[in-house]
Design a protein around this ligand. Structure first.
Ligand SMILES: [Zn+2]
Length: 376
């Protein structure tokens, strides 16, 4: 069994160790300061002498397996283990922040069913279908208070029975003796993970949103430097929008709403104008009543919807400036166009639509020959 030094002292950054077994992609040591992936927390990284440890996972027996990049040291090799402390401290901070959030949620009657610690945020999946923003923002406020109070985070190994008598918020998942982690005056929970010494080290915790997953609410949080960066980024977004809308921060939403509404009205007006242009273009090009009517339109062909009457027997082929066509006529007529011209699309009854590629004037010229040829 590996002596798991991180279990009792999560601030140990290095230790002398000896290889006791070599497995497929890694090594087992007689002692280690490397925490293996588990409980939603990634495994540690660092070095063992000249070797690079890229990850730490539990092997089949639950022992920390140090994943080595390249050739592995042989059994009996002694060297200094050294943690990538920045990596570890980041996840240790997120893990401790998660303890605090879960403890505070529990005080609002919300249990934790799963957690995940990521590079950008950590999540706490609750046992509830709904958790109000009031509760989540209260938890954020209370976490801030706990951080400012620098509550001690301590741990104590004890028998299963003794731990059970503490009446903790979460049932104990392992057999035998357990490590119970305490947040002063707030929480006690059995956990084999690595923790900070004080809530003060978390710096800050920010509630970032929630989502529904497996019929539960999963809450999203940021802590420490990530929380600071998130706050700054949001401030930048607000400043940019404020400049863009020429509005004070508190008026951005009303300015944006007004623009969205105006945009909707303008689009509606534009469609009406396009319809008027479409009607004029059709009447200009159809002034002698000749069949077929073939022309290029400056407005989208969709503007002719309702203007070209579906069953009036007329043959019309329009290509717009946006690379789209509309054909009104028989299926035979459309099949001829499709066989001879670079048009893609389809339709039913008398109306066919799609896209065109290539020179519009030449397409219209060819269509004229094809459709007139057919009608003569
Ligand atoms: Zn823990």
């Amino acid at each position: 069994m590996t002596d798991k030094l991180y279990y009792s002292d999560s601030y140990l950054k290095s230790a002398e160790a000896t290889v006791v077994a070599v497995e497929n992609d890694g090594i087992i040591l007689d002692r280690t300061v490397f925490y293996p992936e588990g409980g939603g927390q990634p495994g540690d990284k660092g070095t063992f002498g000249k070797w690079k440890i890229v990850d730490t996972r539990k092997n089949a027996d639950g022992e920390p397996l140090h994943i080595i990049e390249g050739d592995k040291p042989g059994i009996g090799t002694k060297a200094t283990l050294s943690l990538d402390w920045e990596h570890r401290y980041f996840y240790m901070t997120e893990h401790s922040a998660q303890h605090l959030v879960s403890a505070l949620l529990f005080r609002h009657g919300v249990g934790t069913v799963a957690v995940h610690q990521g590079e950008r945020f950590f999540t706490v999946e609750t046992d509830k279908e709904d958790v109000s923003d009031d509760v989540l923002l209260s938890v954020e406020d209370e976490a801030g208070k706990a951080i400012r109070a620098s509550l001690a985070i301590t741990q104590r190994e004890m028998s299963h029975k003794e731990a059970e008598e503490l009446g903790m918020r979460r049932s104990i998942k392992v057999e035998g003796d357990v490590k119970v982690v305490f947040i002063e005056s707030l929480d006690a929970v059995a956990c084999g993970g690595v923790h900070l010494r004080s809530t003060g080290e978390i710096g800050e915790i920010q509630y970032c949103g929630s989502e529904r997953i497996r019929s539960h609410i999963r809450t999203i949080w940021k802590c420490g430097d990530l929380s600071v960066q998130y706050r700054r980024r949001n401030k930048e977004i607000v400043s940019s929008l404020s400049a863009l809308f020429s509005a004070e921060d508190e008026h951005i939403i009303s300015a944006a709403s007004r623009i969205v509404q105006e945009n909707g009205e303008l689009k509606h007006e534009l469609k009406k104008a396009e319809k008027r242009i479409a009607a004029m273009e059709l009447s200009v090009n159809d002034n002698d009543g000749s069949i077929p009517v073939i022309f290029r339109s400056s407005v989208p062909v969709a503007s002719f919807d309702g203007i070209i009457v579906e069953n009036d027997g007329k043959t019309v082929f329009i290509v717009d400036d946006y690379g789209h066509f509309m054909f009104h006529g028989t299926k035979e007529g459309f099949d001829i166009l499709k066989a001879e011209l670079p048009v893609k699309g389809g339709g039913r009854g008398n109306i066919y639509r799609g896209s065109v590629s290539g020179d519009v004037s030449s397409i219209l010229g060819k269509a004229e020959v094809l459709l007139n040829g057919r009608s003569s």
